[in-house]
Design a protein around this ligand. Structure first.
Ligand code: SF4
Length: 684
C-alpha cells in the first residue's frame, strides 16, 4: 500500500501526480549533438513510467561551472534547444521537470577543457585549495566581484530554464560542489563578506537562493543541500540547521537533503551501505523546517533507497514530504508504475554496483546501467514490438540469458529458456549471498516474474541439446562461466573448494585461505566474516563511521532477509592471497576501496605479491612470499577464487566430418551443431 507516496503533491506552483522525484544524475546525454533526441528519449521513458517530478543532471551556470567537458551550459552550443525537446517530452508524458543549476567549483575536472573561446578552462573556488582527484588542477579563489557575478550566473541560468519551459529549478548545494564549498571551513578560508565565520560562509548559499527566487518568481525553486558532509572538521549539524533557518524565509519551495562529499572517506552509495542509512539526516532537516516559521516548505529525502515500499514508510514516519531516488530509475524506468500497481516483483532493482553509472560518469563516459543496458541508449536500442514473431531459444538462465529472454519476450517473440541447473540467476544468484549484495536476488526475481507474465517457457534442470534447438529461428547461447581451476599440488584435496562451492554450501569452521584477491576473492572473504543480517551490519556501519543510521528500514524486505544460518568467523581466521595487482582489482573505482576497507576493518589478513603457490596440505597452504621465503598459511579450508572461464558446454565438440550428418550435428557441441545445421545463433 503506497497511499501516501501515491498521493498528489503540491510543490510551490506545481501540482504533481505523486511524491516520487527522480533525482539528478549526470548522464552526458546533455551535450550530444543530436538535437536533444537521446536526452528526450531517456527522460520520456522515465516520465511515462509515472514519476511525479524529474530533476535533470547538473546544468552548469557558466563555462567555469562545468564539472567536465560533458556538462551543458545554457545558451552554449544549442543546449537550450536540446533541453526544450527534453522538457516537451516530459510534459507529453504528464510529468514535471526541474533544471538542476550546477557549479562544480574545485570539483571541476578541467584537464584539457577549454571554454567557449578556446581558452583553457578556469577552475574557481572559494579558496585556492585543490581537490586531490582533480589531478593537479589548481583552482583560483574567486574575487568579491566574481562571487557576485557567480550569483548572477545562477539567476541567469534560472531565467534560461524558465524561458525553455522547465517547471522549476533545483540549486545544487550539496556533495561538495561550489555552494557547499563556500559553507565549509575546510574549503572556505576567506575572511571577507563570504567567509571568516559560519554566518559569512553561509552567505553565498543565501544570496544564490535569493537571486534565483527573484529571477523566476513563477517557477518551483528547490535546493539540494548537504545533510552532512561526512568530512572531519567540516560543517556541523548545528550549522546545517542554521543554514536551513537562513534559507526558509527566502521563498524556497523545497529542501532536498543529500549526503557526503565526493572526497569523503565514508561510503555513501556503495552496495554495502545499509538501505535507508542516510534518511535520519532528512528527518533532522524536516524537524527544523516544521519547527520554523515556514513549516510549509517541503522536505525531500534521498539516498540508499531502492524500493518504494521504503519510500512509503519514510513518508509515513519521518515527516518528509517526498522521496528522491536516482539510480533506481536507471535500473527500471517503470519503477513507479510497477510499484503503484503492486507489482514489486517486476521491479528491476538497482543493485548498487556503480559499474555502469557512477564509475563511468566520473571518467566522462556515457552512463548506463548494469542491469538495464538500455539506460541512456533508449534511441540506439529501441524496444519496438515485432510484427513477425519468431521462435527464440535462450540457453542459459544466468544474468545474460535472463536479459536476452526478457528482451525477446518484450518484443513479442515466442521464447523458450533452457537452464541446466534447478535455479535461475547464475552468478547473480550466487552473488546474492554476499553481504550487501542481497539485491542481486531482486534482479533475478524481476526477470523470473516478467518471463512468467509473458508466458515464456522455462525449462529448469534441463540442458538443451542441439536437437532441441534445430527448429528455432534464433538461438542465444548464454553459457555463463565456471570457476577457473588451479594447478597446485594438493588442489584435489577435499578441503579445497571453489568460490562457487563456498558461497553455495558455506565453509565449515576453521581457518580459511582464499587464493585470489580480485573482486570474487574479496566478496568471498566478506561472506566468511560478515553477518548475513543487514540490521546487524547497519549497527556495525553506524559505529564504524560514527554516523546515525535509520536502522528501522533495513532488513525488512523479502529479498534482504539473511541467508540461511552459516558459520561466521573472526577476520583473523581468513587470509586472502594475491600474486599481483591490487586487492579487489576488477571492482569499480567507486566501490573497490569500500570493499577492501571492510575486510581490513574486520581484521582479514591480506598477503599480496605471492610469488608462487607451492602446495596445499591438510591445515596449511604453502606459498613463496614476495621476499622469496617459503611460508605456511593456516588453512583448514582453501577457497579458490582464481577467476572464471566460459562454461565449456557451448564450445565443446566440433562436428565430426566423417559421421552421418544428422548424428554428427546431434553429438556436436551446441555452437558447432547449430552452425552445421544453419540455425542462426549468437554466443553472449
Ligand atoms: Fe544501480 Fe549498478 Fe545500474 Fe548503477 S549500474 S544504476 S548502481 S544497478
Amino acid at each position: 500500500d503506497l497511499a501516501v507516496l501515491s498521493s498528489p503533491w503540491t510543490l510551490g506552483p506545481l501540482r504533481l501526480r505523486n511524491r516520487v522525484v527522480m533525482g539528478s544524475m549526470h548522464t552526458g546525454l546533455e551535450v550530444l549533438d543530436d538535437g536533444g533526441a537521446a536526452m528526450a528519449a531517456f527522460y520520456r521513458e522515465r516520465a511515462a513510467g509515472g514519476v511525479g517530478c524529474i530533476v535533470t543532471g547538473g546544468i552548469a551556470v557558466s563555462d567555469e561551472a562545468r564539472g567536465g567537458p560533458d556538462f551543458a551550459v545554457f545558451g552554449v552550443g544549442g543546449a537550450d534547444e536540446r533541453f526544450r525537446v527534453a522538457v516537451d517530452a516530459v510534459h507529453d508524458e504528464g510529468g514535471a521537470v526541474l533544471a538542476q543549476l550546477f557549479h562544480a567549483g574545485r570539483y571541476a575536472l578541467a584537464n584539457g577543457m577549454v571554454d567557449r573561446n578556446g581558452r583553457p578552462q578556469r577552475v574557481v573556488a572559494p579558496s585556492a585549495l585543490p581537490w586531490a582527484a582533480a589531478r593537479g588542477v589548481q583552482p583560483v579563489a574567486l574575487t568579491d566581484a566574481e562571487v557576485r557575478r557567480t550569483i548572477d550566473d545562477f539567476a541567469a541560468a534560472a531565467r534560461s530554464a524558465a524561458a525553455i519551459g522547465f517547471d522549476g529549478v533545483e540549486i545544487m548545494a550539496s556533495e561538495g560542489y561550489l555552494v557547499n564549498q563556500f559553507q565549509s571551513p575546510l574549503t572556505n578560508l576567506r575572511d571577507d563578506e563570504w567567509g571568516g565565520d559560519a554566518v559569512r560562509r553561509r552567505r553565498f548559499a543565501v544570496e544564490v537562493v535569493r537571486a534565483v527566487r527573484a529571477a523566476v518568481p513563477d517557477l518551483a525553486v528547490t535546493i539540494r543541500l548537504s545533510g552532512a558532509d561526512l568530512m572531519p572538521g567540516s560543517t556541523t549539524d548545528d550549522e546545517v540547521d542554521a543554514l536551513v533557518h537562513d534559507l526558509l524565509p527566502l521563498g524556497l519551495d523545497a529542501v532536498s537533503v543529500g549526503i557526503g562529499w565526493h572526497e569523503s572517506r565514508t561510503p555513501t552509495v556503495q552496495a554495502s551501505v545499509p538501505h535507508g542509512a542516510w534518511l535520519g539526516y532528512a528527518e533532522r532537516v524536516a524537524a527544523v523546517v516544521r519547527a520554523s516559521a515556514h513549516p510549509e516548505v517541503q522536505v525531500i529525502a534521498s539516498n540508499r533507497m531502492t524500493d518504494l515500499r521504503d519510500g512509503e514508510s519514510v513518508l509515513r514516519d519521518r515527516r518528509v514530504d517526498a522521496v528522491a531516488l536516482a539510480r533506481p530509475f536507471l535500473a527500471d524506468p517503470d519503477i513507479v508504475r510497477r510499484s503503484l500497481d503492486g507489482r514489486f516483483d517486476l521491479v528491476n532493482t538497482c543493485i548498487g554496483c556503480n559499474q555502469a553509472c557512477l564509475d563511468r560518469s566520473i571518467v566522462g563516459q556515457p552512463v548506463s546501467c548494469l542491469v538495464n543496458p538500455r539506460a541512456g541508449r533508449e534511441l540506439a536500442l529501441p524496444l519496438r514490438p515485432t510484427t513477425d514473431p519468431k521462435r527464440v531459444d535462450v540457453v542459459g538462465g544466468g544474468p545474460a540469458g535472463l536479459a536476452a529472454a526478457v528482451d525477446a519476450a518484450r518484443r513479442g517473440h515466442v521464447v523458450t529458456l533452457w537452464e541446466a541447473s534447478e535455479t535461475l540467476g547464475g552468478q547473480f544468484a550466487l552473488a546474492a549471498v554476499v553481504p550487501g549484495k542481497e539485491d542481486y536476488a531482486a534482479t533475478v526475481q524481476a526477470a523470473r516474474a516478467e518471463l512468467e507474465d509473458r508466458g515464456v517457457t522455462v525449462h529448469l534442470g534441463r540442458a538443451a541439446t542441439t536437437a532441441d534447438l534445430l527448429d528455432s529461428d534464433a538461438v542465444v547461447l548464454a553459457p555463463g562461466v565456471v570457476p577457473r581451476r588451479i594447478a597446485v599440488p594438493g588442489a584435489e584435496l577435499p578441503h579445497v573448494v571453489t568460490y562457487e562451492d563456498a558461497l553455495r554450501d558455506g565453509v565449515p569452521p576453521g581457518t580459511v585461505a582464499v587464493i585470489g584477491g580480485g573482486g570474487i576473492g574479496v566478496d568471498t572473504a566478506a561472506f566468511l566474516v560478515e553477518s548475513p543480517d543487514e540490521s546487524v551490519r547497519a549497527a556495525e556501519f553506524a559505529a564504524r563511521w560514527g554516523v546515525t543510521v535509520a536502522d528501522d528500514l533495513v532488513g525488512d524486505l523479502p529479498q534482504r532477509q539473511p541467508a540461511a544460518g552459516r558459520t561466521l568467523r573472526p577476520g583473523s581466521d581468513v587470509t586472502v592471497l594475491r600474486r599481483s595487482g591490487k586487492f579487489g582489482q576488477g571492482i569499480g573505482i567507486t566501490s573497490r576501496w569500500v570493499a577492501v576497507g571492510r575486510l581490513r576493518d574486520a581484521g582479514v589478513r591480506m598477503i599480496g605479491g605471492v610469488q608462487e603457490y607451492l602446495r596445499i596440505e591438510p591445515g596449511t597452504l604453502w606459498i613463496r612470499d614476495e621476499d622469496g621465503r617459503d611460508t605456511a598459511v593456516p588453512a583448514d579450508h582453501v577457497v579458490v577464487c582464481a577467476g572464471q572461464e566460459r562454461s565449456p558446454e557451448v564450445d565443446a565438440g566440433a562436428v565430426d566430418a566423417g559421421a552421418d550428418d544428422a548424428a554428427a550435428v546431434a553429438q556436436a557441441g551446441l555452437a558447432a551443431g547449430l552452425a552445421a545445421a544453419g540455425v542462426p545463433h549468437a554466443v553472449v
